[in-house]
Design a protein around this ligand. Structure first.
Ligand code: 10D
Ligand code: SF4
Length: 333
């Protein structure tokens, strides 16, 4: 009797995986403000011991927030959820209205401010305009915590939110001659340019920053996506859905004509159907998304494709922000 072997199982090579070229955008992922904000929570945990309270997600990333929760951070929406006592409360990277630290101090709470210095810079700009008697127009997205924080630097009625170009036509501030504009830091560079041009056209005497208040990280990540998106069949942005800068990256890719664009938290959120016929994939990450999640996405594609990875770099970054004084090692010792 001849030995029978199942020819399909033994000897046959696994079906070849289709090739996939991944173009990694650089810069991508963590910015200096996010690194600093996460460090603030970790150092506060080391210094005070858990729990430390954090008002609002320290940065808009689910993975980051969950990891810090496991280390003892307690995230709250408002100060009234923080119990009286010695545990500190940290303000998120997006910044807070003036009333927030005032209320915390009135309650005797220990506060640590993780607001990104580039957001604080916008707060100070708004304040200076107000002191010089100017009404301020803030270009930004309604309800975003950074917008709430910036508006909350000035007394009610001294600052008006401008969300889009359509709104400008109907805009009738009390004064036309004494106006200033500032912006949220994580907007679309192109949309903001058009909005600011329209403001200058309608109010020729309006004053503002040299270009805008969009930060270096937002600008650089959008520029890298602009370079990569026209070259690929699909582009994935790693980031959470409430992250403004991450949403803008997906939008930029879509606007330059990339046929498939997705904002995903993690590999488990990929809808594989959408990526079934692609040969080239663009990959980037929002300013609050950790690199480990980019690697996770690459690994997930590597189980289905023969993956090669190339980086397209449009600029390099070396920005570092020092920790708040009270957490620097010399102060902590
Ligand atoms: O939503 P977002 O882009 O403003 O914030 P995210 O936490 O995703 O990224 C960091 C940006 C900050 C803190 C705003 F400047
Ligand atoms: Fe700061 Fe820009 Fe990062 Fe926001 S995105 S935390 S403004 S560096």
């Amino acid at each position: 009797m001849s030995a029978s072997v199942n020819q399909t199982d033994a000897g046959a090579a696994a079906p070849a995986k289709p090739p996939l070229e991944i173009l990694l955008c650089a810069p991508r992922g963590f910015c200096a403000g996010v690194v600093r904000a996460i460090d603030v929570v970790e150092r506060a945990l080391a210094l005070y011991g858990p729990p430390v309270y954090v008002r609002h997600e320290i940065v808009h990333n689910k993975y980051v927030v969950e990891s810090l929760k496991r280390k003892g951070a307690v995230f709250v929406a408002e100060l009234d959820e923080v119990p009286d006592g010695k545990a500190p409360v940290i303000f998120s990277a997006h910044g807070v209205a003036k009333t927030v630290p005032q209320n915390a101090v009135a309650r005797g709470l220990t506060t640590i401010d993780a607001t990104c210095p580039l957001v604080t810079k916008v707060h100070r700009e708004a304040e200076i305009h107000h002191k010089r008697g100017r009404h301020v127009l803030l270009v930004g997205h309604s309800g975003h915590p950074e917008v709430v924080g910036t508006m909350g630097q000035l007394p009610k009625g001294s600052i008006t939110l401008v969300e889009d170009i359509e709104q400008i036509e109907a805009l009738e501030p009390e004064t036309r001659d004494n106006l200033a504009w500032v912006t949220q830091t994580t907007l679309s560079v192109d949309d903001t340019h058009h909005i600011v041009e329209a403001l200058k056209h309608k109010f020729p005497k309006i004053v503002g920053p040299h270009k805008d208040d969009i930060c270096y990280a937002t600008t650089n990540r959008q520029e890298a996506v602009k370079q990569v998106a026209p070259l690929v069949d699909a582009l994935i942005v790693v980031g959470s859905s409430n992250s403004s800068n991450s949403q803008r990256l997906r939008e930029v890719a879509e606007r330059v004509g990339c046929p498939i664009t997705r904002l995903v938290n993690r590999a488990e959120d990929l809808d594989w159907e959408a990526f079934s016929n692609i040969r080239r994939l663009g990959l980037t990450a929002g300013a609050s998304a950790p690199e480990v999640l980019v690697e996770e996405i690459i690994d997930a594609f590597a189980t289905r494709y023969e993956v090669t990875v190339d980086t397209v770099s449009t600029t390099t970054e070396d920005m570092v922000f020092p920790l708040p004084r009270e957490l620097r090692s010399e102060a902590a010792e």
